[in-house]
Design a protein around this ligand. Sequence first.
Ligand code: ASP
Length: 311
Amino acid sequence: MDKPRPPRTALVVHCGAWAIPSEEKAAHRQGSLRAAEVGWQVLLDGGSSLDAVRVAIRSMEDDRNLNAGSGSVLTRAGHVECDAGIMLGTTLEAGGVAAIRNRKNPIDAAHAVFESKYTLMHGQGAHAFLDQAGVPCVDPESLIEPRERARLVTALERDPADGLDFKEAGVSMPPDTVGAVAIDRFGRVASGASTGGICGKPSGRMGDTPVPGAGYYADDLAGGAACTGWGEPLLRMGLARRAVELAREHNAMDATWLAMQEFEQRFGGRGGVILLARDGSIGYSFNTPSMSVAYMDGELQMPYVGGIAAD
Ligand code: ASP
């Protein structure tokens, strides 16, 4: 077990783990780099880890190349239905939304739940709650990217009975879910995740992303994590919490590697996880061909971007 270092301000983001095609690699590097830059700026300005996570995730939700907020994948019926969640490791409080259709930034919707006495809201009830909480509503059509209509047609042609095989998530299917973890100057750990889910999913299907412990987890005493990949086994395993618990006894890289081993071998899952240990050290691991990751701390001049193999 490595000797723990004192906490340091740091931020790590990802924008999905899958077989990112050559022509899309630059956009993924760019998306994660931009998110790391804007999230880091919040920390530099003395902002909280919770705000840094929100700002980083918002930037990826607004990036129409990625599967979160605008540009999300579509349900079988052709709608965008988003899941998102956010957690603060100081209080161990979390907020998540599932299957929401008309908010530009689902992470802000999750944050509104975080600020309430509830932890998880979904569907129509969530829409009414978000209206009351003042989270702006948008035309659901504005979230749809033409690329995704074409992708849905291909998916349904391949398997008209039940959409795509979810096991393909992380391989030929582009998950592109986004996530972020940050530690601020007070050692407060926050993490969050946001996704449109899996292309061709039935309406109402919810993966790991809005669920604390599964898609994201934060604990100031251990660290924070955010996951991506096939949501059903991620939910069953609680991968984010598992990775954070492993970081109590292992360095950050080993913790994510061990968690992914368990995810693959015991749950048959595919995907990836990012982690910040409480000392600010980074870990990430994935069992897909690529995962787009960016990391920044006070020792670096500019964010480190990794996880995407060069062609
Ligand atoms: N985990 C997400 C889901 O299953 C998808 C992803 O991360 O790519 O909804």
